[in-house]
Design a protein around this ligand. Structure first.
Ligand code: GTP
Ligand code: SPV
Ligand code: MN
Length: 616
């Protein structure tokens, strides 16, 4: 029995503004849920939803002695990652979406959505989630309302953002908010109108993740997974926020934020943009292997940055939790992260052990003798299938990381000294290289390519451009985004952070990592900070300025001279080929490419030619 619109107002908290109630009523009229629940964000509400999902089979409760208050969800095999091919930017002018986004006409898309969402919540409860991205009331923070028919989304949003009463109060006090509608697209009524049973992971074969940059709206249909469904994350905090940031003169970025303190007690702050599943969570929780250094985590995935009153660039983490890649996380690679997962975690698509705990590839050297894999099937070592899906993830509140900075919720943010751009590159890109200036840094960010990971559909390992690690997340034309970065650089002037490019993923001829990575990534970062302080000279090279021989601190590291030089090898002919590809890459953006970037390509080619001459 669908709800009458007139009764919907009575479901709303007393202070819900009329405009909000009218919008919720409109969505309910379209989607026809059985009930409406306004989320207050309380623990009681969370416990009720968790229990309900255990009963319905969506959640497996993990062994409370080993993993208290923790749950495992297994998704449909067709719904395991972001679907970039079904992600749309619906701007009036296709040019405003640009060649790297899927564009759809906003009027046409609204018609499609009206048809898709019609009756899509039949038989279900519609949850209304008020949320804040960033600390409540913070000047950089922003509000939203997600409507969803997925209780899994509610309990995840509760950890990933700040949901419930305080956010609604802020909206009631007049705060502007972004409307975001989500449905798994699995009504409990079949196409003939007969009731049908629910399934543990409802979703639809048809998926639409749509954004309306001009009206700041989000509509997402058909997926229950991660960035497709937790609409505060990629949809709002990156795609819509990047549009807002451009309008308002700030930056919404796919970046971790960390504080690093040196032996002399001096604090620095760093942000780093790496593509999906390329090491942001790991770096955010780094344990430096060089004595006397300490890292605190501020954020692991998204940074909102704006110039502060003192002219420096300040960053906040708009999120409140980590939705991180599970495989590869271990006591060796990222103990801080592993310890954060001891209790109160939602795991999605990892394997289940016989004693009710979790496992994934890389957690231990020797796998258990028997597991239930991510698809719910019996698994034994050597059976030929991964036990956990490569994009299996954990959801955990940020406060559970022992490395969390005491200032991670400072609404003013932290002042940024260094920005890193990185990716997975088996060849060509050196371990670290400093940009000659801001414009060169923007060129480096704009031309990043990286080997594809399992975080989205596609061929794992194939090289693709992922400018600023924002390829799937920029809500407008990528070339306009580069222009915006150049403009912010002019505003920051000599207070701008220094920009570096890093690559932890270089391989030798046998395909082995040349760099140990993880805690040892503190070493190139230490060099970057010494550059910030003007303590060391650097060597001009093709890619930028690289450490002079002996300046990278490798004390206590088992690494050969040969390995070290291979990490910084810059083959002019290979770079010449990259430059040609960059020219081709830029061409697709036509005359939107800022002149400064064409100039940077010219400077790069000059450096390459000089190196080629020197090699002869
Ligand atoms: P998203 O959440 O998808 O945006 O990804 P992320 O950038 O936070 O990725 P994450 O830190 O979870 O890293 C994903 C994978 O990269 C894991 O399998 C890690 O083991 C691996 N990884 C991280 N840092 C390093 C490193 O320094 N060296 C090597 N070789 N692998 C690393
Ligand atoms: C990413 O893919 O960059 C993620 C995971 O951080 S998701 O939230 O699913 O987009
Ligand atoms: Mn991400």
């Amino acid at each position: 029995m669908a709800l009458e619109v007139t009764t919907i107002a009575s479901t709303a908290p007393a202070n819900a503004p009329e405009e909000l109630v009218t919008w919720v009523a409109g969505v309910a009229e379209l989607t026809k849920p059985d009930a409406i629940h306004w989320c207050d964000g309380s623990e009681a509400e969370r416990d009720r939803l968790n229990a309900q999902m255990v009963a319905s089979g969506t959640f497996v409760q993990l062994n409370p002695e080993k993993r208290p208050n923790s749950y495992l969800a297994r998704s449909e095999p067709s719904d395991v990652a972001r679907v970039e091919s079904r992600t749309f930017i619906c701007s009036a002018d296709p040019d405003d979406a640009g060649p790297t986004n899927n564009w759809a006409d906003p009027v046409e898309m609204k018609k499609t959505l009206a048809w898709l969402f019609a009756g899509c919540m039949r038989g279900r409860t519609m949850y209304v989630i008020p949320f804040s991205m960033g600390p409540l009331g913070g000047e950089i923070s922003k509000l939203g309302i997600e409507i969803t028919d997925s209780p899994y989304v509610v309990v995840n949003m509760r950890m990933m953002t700040r949901i419930g009463k305080p956010a609604l109060d802020a909206i009631a006090a007049g705060g502007t908010w972004v409307p975001a509608v989500h449905s798994v697209g699995y009504p409990l009524v079949d196409p003939d109108g007969n009731a049908r049973a629910d399934v543990p992971w409802p979703c639809s074969d048809e998926k639409y993740i749509t954004h309306f940059p001009e009206t700041h709206e989000i509509w997402s249909y058909g997926s229950g997974y991660g960035g497709n469904a937790l609409l505060g994350k990629k949809c709002y905090a990156l795609r819509i926020a990047s549009v807002l940031a451009r309008e308002e003169g700030w930056l919404a970025e796919h970046m971790l934020i960390l504080r690093i303190t040196g032996p002399d007690g001096r604090e620095y702050h760093l942000t780093a943009a790496f593509p999906s599943a390329c090491g942001k969570t790991n770096l955010a929780m780094l344990r430096p292997t060089i004595p006397g250094w300490k890292v605190e985590t501020v954020g692991d995935d998204i940074a909102w940055m704006r110039p502060g009153a003192d002219g420096r660039l300040y960053a906040i983490n708009p999120e409140a939790g980590f939705f991180g890649v599970a495989p590869g996380t271990s006591e060796e690679t990222n103990p801080t992260c592993l310890h954060a997962l001891n209790h109160d975690v939602i795991f999605t698509n990892v394997a289940l052990t016989d004693d009710g705990d979790i496992w994934w590839e890389g957690l231990t050297d020797v796998p258990p003798d028997h597991l239930i894999d991510w698809q719910g099937l019996d698994w034994t070592p050597g059976c030929g299938r991964p036990a956990a899906h490569p994009n299996s993830r954990f959801t955990v509140h940020a406060s559970q990381a022992e490395s969390i900075s005491p200032d991670w919720e400072d609404p003013a943010g932290v002042p940024i000294d260094v920005i890193l751009f990185g990716g997975r590159r088996a060849r060509n890109i050196p371990l670290i290289s400093e940009s000659y200036d801001w414009e060169h840094g923007v060129f480096v960010g704009a031309t990043v390519s990286s080997e594809q990971t399992a975080a989205a559909e596609g061929t794992v390992g194939s090289l693709r451009r992922d400018p600023f690690a924002m390829l799937p997340f920029c809500g407008y034309n990528m070339a306009d985004y580069w222009a915006h970065w150049l403009k912010v650089g002019l505003v920051l002037g000599d207070k701008a952070p220094k920009i570096f490019q890093v690559n932890w993923f270089r391989k030798d001829a046998d395909g082995k990592w040349l760099w140990p990575g993880f805690g040892d990534n503190s070493r190139p970062i230490e060099w970057a900070l010494r550059r910030v302080n003007g303590e060391v000279e650097a060597v001009d090279a093709i890619s930028g300025r690289i450490p002079a021989p002996g300046d990278l601190n490798v004390e206590g590291l088992d690494i050969s001279e040969q390995q070290l030089s291979a990490l910084f090898e810059l083959d002019p002919d290979a770079w010449d080929r990259e430059a040609a590809l960059t020219e081709e890459y830029f061409a697709q953006f036509g005359d939107k490419v800022p002149e400064a970037l064409h100039q940077q390509l010219w400077y790069l080619r000059e450096r390459i030619a000089k190196a080629q001459d020197a090699a002869e």
